[in-house]
Design a binder for this molecule. Structure first.
Ligand SMILES: Cc1ncc(COP(=O)(O)O)c(C=O)c1O
Length: 401
């Protein structure tokens, strides 16, 4: 009889967003006329920008014309898009060649698939609170996971020390869920650790476009030595509203080798075996993001989310609540008032002011007592949610922080 992958039995119940959906559904059943202020989901609310929509339409027309039609695309990505992405890195002062860029259908797909490059016996270090996919993809592969808890004391940005042990290291900066961003000096410590220990960093830069502080790195490849120890995973989901359109990219330097194997060459072999490339139409839409016009338009949209962040940050500042994130990331990670638990706070604000967020405990045990707000909602809802939060927190509960 076939034996399935028994490691799936080790997965914890994925209850976070399911539980949130159940609780909000129950609330709406009891209060059918209520309007909920949804500040929990990580999905975007603004549509694709005009430059992308135009490029998508043109690409559809290409597919309708025998002379311009495209069949299978190159597995690692269309040269026009790989070159556009390499040029984008160049504009940020990072030298990357087109054949170090791999086009993907999104960061989630890639974060799972990339694990094919590593031995199952290698240890994966995950900084918690964390994007849940890092843990689950490794549990499915039967890999040992080293959980590194972060805290308010280290600004949710822990660094390696003499006890750190890891082969694969997940770094997410700007971070989901905490919104914290590693500085150059901090990233340099991880890069040094990885090079000295033969580890590989999987650097999730899905939110790099939200960085506004010029001293902070957008890419791990801004750090000396990263090209011998890091892979960068990026996404157009939040940057350009591609959550439903699906496009991302991964950079694997040609100089990244372990145990005599070249990881860039391995990934070419993997992609040419396991995929037939991303659709021509979607890659054309993606290329428009990297034009001057596309960059202007996506940054106009990002600015709208940043204004939402500013409104929420001002609200929390006005009532003395501790938080991080928001300035260089689309998430705000706040300390629940009066030592409330994450789910207790969730229930309280849902019932009292109809605001929905994400309990920090769902991102790892050390997230207990914290709460995540996303800034991807509409400006109107964000303003009203912030107003309601201030009214509730300043009147009903003592503020402990
Ligand atoms: C940190 C992080 N990485 C990756 C992803 C997935 O991005 P994609 O939509 O490209 O799969 C997300 C989505 O929320 C994310 O927060």
């Amino acid at each position: 009889m076939l034996k399935p992958n028994m490691y799936y039995g080790n997965l914890k119940e994925s209850y976070l967003f399911y539980h949130i959906a159940q609780k909000t559904k129950a609330y709406l059943q009891e209060h059918p006329d209520a309007h909920l202020y949804r500040m929990g989901i990580g999905d975007v609310s603004l549509p694709l920008c005009d430059a992308v929509v135009k490029a998508l339409h043109e690409a559809v027309d290409d597919q309708a014309d025998a002379a311009r039609f495209h069949g299978y695309m190159p597995e690692c990505g269309a040269p026009f898009l790989r070159e556009a992405i390499a040029e984008y890195y160049g504009k940020h002062g990072v030298s990357v060649t087109a054949d170090e860029v791999f086009v993907s259908s999104g960061a989630s797909d890639e974060l799972g698939d990339l694990l094919d490059l590593f031995d199952r016996g290698s240890d994966a270090l995950v900084i918690e609170p964390a994007y849940p996919a890092y843990v689950d993809a490794n549990v499915m592969a039967g890999r040992n996971i080293v959980h590194l808890a972060s805290s308010k004391e280290n600004g949710f940005l822990p660094l390696p020390d003499e006890n750190t042990k890891a082969d694969i290291i997940y770094l997410c900066s700007p971070n989901n869920p905490t919104g914290a961003v590693f500085s150059r000096e901090q990233l340099a410590q991880w890069v040094r650790f990885a090079n000295e220990n033969g580890a590989v960093i999987l650097f999730d830069a899905a939110y790099e476009a939200f960085i506004e502080d010029e001293t902070l790195p957008h890419s791990i490849f801004e750090i000396e030595g990263a090209k011998t120890c890091a892979i960068e995973i990026c996404s157009l989901s939040k940057t350009a509203g591609f959550t439903g359109t699906r496009l991302g990219y991964t950079v694997i330097p040609k100089t990244l080798c372990r145990n005599g194997m070249n990881l860039n060459e391995m990934w070419v072999r993997n992609r040419t075996t396991k995929t037939n490339g991303v659709s021509y139409i979607i890659q054309k839409g993606g290329a428009a993001v990297f034009t001057d016009e596309g960059q202007r338009q996506i940054h106009d949209n990002i600015q709208i989310y940043k204004n939402n962040a500013r409104i929420l940050m001002e609200a929390l500042d006005s009532i003395g609540i501790w938080y991080c994130g928001g300035k260089n990331a689309p998430y705000i990670w706040m300390k629940c008032p009066d030592n409330m638990g994450s789910w207790e706070f969730f229930d309280w604000i849902l019932n009292e002011i109809q605001v929905v967020g994400t309990p920090g405990e769902g991102f790892g045990a050390c997230g207990e007592g914290y709460f995540r707000f996303s800034t991807f909602g509409s400006p109107e809802d964000t303003k009203e949610a912030a107003r309601r939060l201030v009214a509730l927190l300043s009147k009903e509960k003592p503020i402990s922080e």
